[in-house]
Structure formats: C-alpha cells, structure tokens
Ligand binder design. Sequence first.
Ligand SMILES: O=C(O)CCC(=O)C(=O)O
Ligand SMILES: [Fe+2]
Length: 812
Amino acid sequence: MQEHYYDDQNDEDDRSHSSYDCEESKDEYDETRDDYNMPMKPTNGDLKQHVVAVTIAVIAAVTTHAQIHGGFESWKNQLMNDWDALRSSFAGKRTDSSTRTGVPRAAPNGGAPHAAPVMNAIPADLRQKAVQKAVQDIAAAEDSSLAIGHARASAFRRTADLKFCYTDAFDSSQKAKNLVDLDFIIPLEPSVAVLHSYYLSDALGLDSSFVYDSVDTFGSFDSDIILKKIGAAIEEYEGEGLSTQRVRLIIESYVDSDLVDDEHVCLLQQYAANKRSGRSIRGRTKAYDQPHLSSFYDNKVVSTAVSSSREASDMMTPASLTFTGFATKFINLGAQPVNLYWDGGHISSGPKAGQIHTALVGAIPIMESIGTASFPGHSFFVTPSYDKDHVLRRWTVTEDDIVLYYDPLENLYTENQETEIQKLCDSGKLNLKQKFARDAWIVDRSFSRDYLVKTGRHYLSVFPQPLVPEVVQEIASSSDEGMMPMWGADFLGQVHSIETSELYFTAIPNALPKLSRDDFLPDVEQQRCLEMKKYRSSQVKGNGNISNSTMQLDIKVVSCAPRVLEVKRFLSPVEVQHLIDLASGSKGDVSMQSSTVMASGINDKKVRSSTKQVNRSSTGGWIHREQDALVDGIFRRVADLLGVDERMMRDQRPAHLIGTDDYESLPTHDRIVEAMQLLRYEPGEHYSAHHDFTYPSVFHRYQPKRYATVLLYLTGEGDVIENGIRRSRSKKSAADGESEDGLAGGETTFPRAITTEFHDGVKVKPQSGKAILFYNVLPDGNMDDLSQHAGEKVEAGVKYVANIWVWDPIIS
Ligand SMILES: O=C(O)CCC(=O)C(=O)O
Ligand SMILES: [Fe+2]
C-alpha cells in the first residue's frame, strides 16, 4: 500500500512533505514570515508552501467564487495577525506532552519539537462578507433579485447526503419518498483523498473545481497535506486512536470551524483508524427504491406503505417490453484521448457489401466519459484519437454491463497500477488533476457496485450526488436551497394541482419588443405585467377582463417509472400560434435548421449530419425567454409547473444583446434553463429513442444535469397548418371522415415505461397546447435510464413541439 497520496511532486518536495508535521525549525517560521509579503507563488519549504498556498487558496477561493477585487490587503493582514497570535499561543505548549491541544505533538522520531500551528484560515464573518459582496456585485448593485441563483449555487453541497459517522440514521431529513438507506464500502485508498477533496470544496463553497484544480496549481492545497498531518498524528498516537476533536482541529486549520462537516470529520477518523490495516471505508447514503408495480395501480398507496402491500401485489407482473435498449456510458481511464466507435457489423448489400460499417460516436478526453443509447449485442471499440485503425478495447454491450471503462491498466494489481500511474505523472503524460479524476472514477466504480446490488440499477452519475427533494405544494418556495424539486408519481392518474398567476395570453399584444436585462428589474417587470394584463385570461378562450388573478393547472401522472406527468391546456391557442409563427419565420428571427444530436467532442459536420439522418430528422430553432413578454410568460408558467423560482430561468446573457452595451457578462452558473427548442417534423421524420441527459465532466463540482424536460405540443393529432396558421380538425370533417391531411403519428413514446399492460411502454399523443413534464434523474441523483423516449415517425401533416430543458443545480 502506498503511504502517501498524490505524491507527484519531485523527490525533494516529497521529502519535505513527509517531514511536514515534525521538522520545521524556528528559522523556517521566520523565513515564512518574511516570505509572507512576497509574491504569491508556492515555494519549496513546506511551511511556506502551506501558508502561501492556503492564503492563495483562501483568497483565490473567494475572488474566483465571488468575482470580487479588493479586500486582499485586509485579508492578508488578518491572516498575518492570526498567524502571529497562533505562534505565540503555541510557544509555551508545544513541548508539553500532557497538553492535548488538538495540535499533533512532534513525532517521536525527533526533529524540532513543535508541531504545525493551527491556522484559522478564513474567519467566518469575513467569508460571509465576501459572499455578500459578491452577490451584490453580481446583482449589479441595484438589483438583488438577479443574484438569487448565485446564492443558491453557493449553498450547493455535493456531499450533503453522505454519512460516515453512523451516529444517527437518516430519517429526520427524508427528502423524498421511497428512499432507502444504502450502505457502501469503498476502498480506503483513494476514497478518502477524493471524498476529502469534495468536502473541502463544499466547505469553502468553491466555484467549479477549484480544489481539484489546485492540486495542479498549488501542490500543497489538496488532500495531501491534511492526510499527511493525520498520518503523522496516527504515528504519534499509535494505539490511542485519533479523537474526533483532534481530527476536527486538523481540518479547521484549512476550513473555518463553522464550515467543517461532522461527516467529513468521521471520514478522516475512519481513515485514521483503518490506515494501518488498510480496511475499507464504510459510509451510508440514500438510494431510490423503485416501488413495486402494484402501487402504480393503487391510488390508496402513499409513501412507504408500499412494502406492506407487497405480498398481496406479487401477483402483478410488468408487461414484457418489446423495446430492449438502454443507456451506455464509456469512460476513458487512460492517459490519452480516444475515439469511441460503434461497430455496425458487415454491410450486407450494395457497393460496400462485405465492409465493416463503423460510426464515430464521439471523442473521449482523458478521464472523461460519453454516452449513447444502445441495444444488447451492439459492439463498440475505442482507438487512439490519432489512429483509428488501432483498436485498444472492444465491448459488446448487454443490459448487465452498460458502464464501460477503457482502462489500459485494468489487468494490473492495484499496487502496480499505482506505480504505473506514478510513472505517467513523472513523465508528464498525466497531470495531477487527471490523476485525481482517475481516483474519482475508482471511487465511483466501487460505490456503483453497492448501488447496483441494492437497487438493481446501474449508477450513471458520478458518486456522490445530493438527493433531489419532492415538490412541496407552495409554488416556487422549494428551490431556494438544495436541489431542484420533483413531483411525486405515486400512482397512475394521480393529479397534482397548482395555482399560477401566469394567465393565458388570449390576444397578441400590440407591441412585443425583445426584453433586455433591465426588463427583469423588479419594477420594470411589474410594469410589464400590468401592461400585459389586458391580453391575458384565466380561460383559454376568455378575454383579459376576467378578474381571476390566478388559474389552476392539473398535473396528471401518466407514468410512474419513468416519471412522466401531463398538463392539458398548458398553452392557449394564441400562445401556440405565436410559437409556430416564430418557428415558421413569419415573425422573424428564429432560424430553423436540421436538428442534431450531441456528438461529444466532435466538431465534424459530416458526423453530425449523418447522425441526424439516422436518428433525428426534424428541423429546429431556439427561442429565448427574452424573445418577448409572451414567451417570458410561458417560461414563468413552466417555472410554476416545476415548482422552481422563475428567476433561475433567466438567460442572463440574452443572445440578441451580444455585442451591445447591454450585454452584461454575468456569470451564467446560476441559470438552470436552456432556450426553448422548437422542432418541426415533416412526414417521415422522427427522433429515435434517446435520453435527454448527458454525462457531466468528472471535473465539474456541480455535476450539472438536464434533470427535467418540459415538452410542449403545438400541433395535435389531426391539426393542419395552412398558410402558417394552425387549425384543429373541425368536428364536422372528423365526423364526415374527411381526410384533411392533418397530423398523424408523431407520438412521444417512453418505450421502457413500466406498466402491467403496455408492451410498447407509454405513448403520449400530440395534442395542441398540451405539455408533458418528465424527469431524467431519480430522486437519488442517479440518471434515470428509463427516461428514454422517442419522437415516433410522423405519418402525415406537420408536428411542432418545443422542448424546454431544465438543469440541476446549474446549467453546464
Ligand atoms: O418529438 C418528440 O416527441 C420528442 C422530442 C425529443 O425527445 C427531443 O427533442 O429531445
Ligand atoms: Fe428528448
């Protein structure tokens, strides 16, 4: 077993690292002090490196995160004061072996008899202030409502639902139904280092992957230091164990005490306890336990009563499905980028008969992943990106094996793998960040085994993920903190009702100018609402005089697994026509182009267009919320439908303002919605079964996902488009059996939906103004493989739909 983590520094660094806790001399302290005012650059001396790196980390953390400038001097002074205070306070104590101050004593094997001082890195009030200031800055001073997303992103904690203490069960904070305890066992190495970094990121509220990045940049501000400190403390207290208090104090030298998570402490305590024996780490989280099919048909079943009714319901069996596809995920654990190809077998006829048909799925960068929907028996292979003829690894996928790793070291024992990785790092073929990512995958892979055993599902996210709460009935109040909520789907036909103040547009406003950033300032917004009032109504065919200020929408469950809900009359005919006008170009700027699919990492038109023909043959265009007040109203209604705050759904960089003075370069990381994607299918066009989710980069702290899809149907079965105007099939012509060439086909199918009767899954018929909402993730943060869906072939007429994809916790 390796003694140290991430020892990718040169030997000299390494040596100084191991002596970190016990051998700093008085001189070094002084030197450090001198260096303190020097330019911020890591130096060779440990202590210096530590102090400087932590200082840089602290400052960079807050500046990166908060985008503030200034305040640096006061921080530096504060830190120096702390430093001085700590030095003097430890001066008399450090040789006193009877005093357990929480600071590890000198190691028995000699060296200067003093330990590294505890440094209170960021005083809580300062951090608080910095965050506030950042939020203010981002809000452009006068508009605090624009800042909400940022505050929410700051509150994000990837480690929120992990337990390592075992002191209490999870029950009190049950966030959604059908969650069960999942105990997992993961290898001590590298799990502790990886999870420790996640905890640090969360504690510091660092944006993006700062802690992971810092492994590269600052060398010492990573798991290494703390783990080594603990390692040294273990040596010192051999046999005595390492108290919670002591571990906590060690972490507190990096993170303000308020921010230290108890579970983080317990994780490191487990490390301390098990390091010698090499025993694994034990933890607990929550997993989604898909209720038994019978509960889908039992509208009396609520919540956890499911298990008690299980016996009686064992009779019910799911209809076997004709569709056999599933998601696949390919991970590149090697030190070079690879291309992933699908091997379509021999071409049976035509001029290319006998040749192997291959299609490029995408490029996989080092330590990244890509996915595609696949079928059993499909064959894939990877090659180096520069040599497509050199096959490195080949797989034939089955439903039992959908997460596939390309690991050139897979046949080596763990220790030998570590040696090889070390060599790759030493020779510059792998950087520390990539090494970290490899470790992150190893942890993920280990967790996913326990997840599979417990749930029967493959783990398609990257462990850990915070839980997704269920929508509470107060609109827009549930998403202020934590992950975005999901509607429950306890049984088929279950109805949730919401009140929304986003009434239907029943007439087109006289003027519909584009909205700019300032139009979202609260008073401007209020003014717009007032102006729009006369065009809106709580009834689809009403007029603006109707006095109701809200209207009710019923959200009906049409599939429990996957979770699909339907809202009839979500849009008014006027709204539908407005979107069609935008799509057909009669209102200008939405340019419709051939729809493409994600071909990860590939910027090759040929690949995209060939993929298009095979899988997705519609045309599409994007409509931004800032298009006009009507579209804005639709986005607000969608926010109410989802139970999230509409302010999270703004595109804070309206596309039409790019290049103008109004184009504010606000951070986009507080945004959760994409522009609306309008699709137009002509007869014969379709979209094959796919997932809307993609796999976020392993380096991304927030692990953003397209968690929900809202699909708006503009044309319905039988509808005709004449001169750009939608007309529903008249009752008369329908009764006469007259053919009007109206829309036929084009259902949205969920071919894997679990029911007792439908072998083809659940089909949703296009109906003008109807919306469906489905979730691409499960309450435990895993991707929902069952969310796979297709746009069936349009037989006749024109199908118009609009996709609204909503991300959690932020847009990528
Ligand atoms: O057209 C449909 O019914 C589905 C479209 C879809 O799934 C998509 O565009 O992602
Ligand atoms: Fe889709």
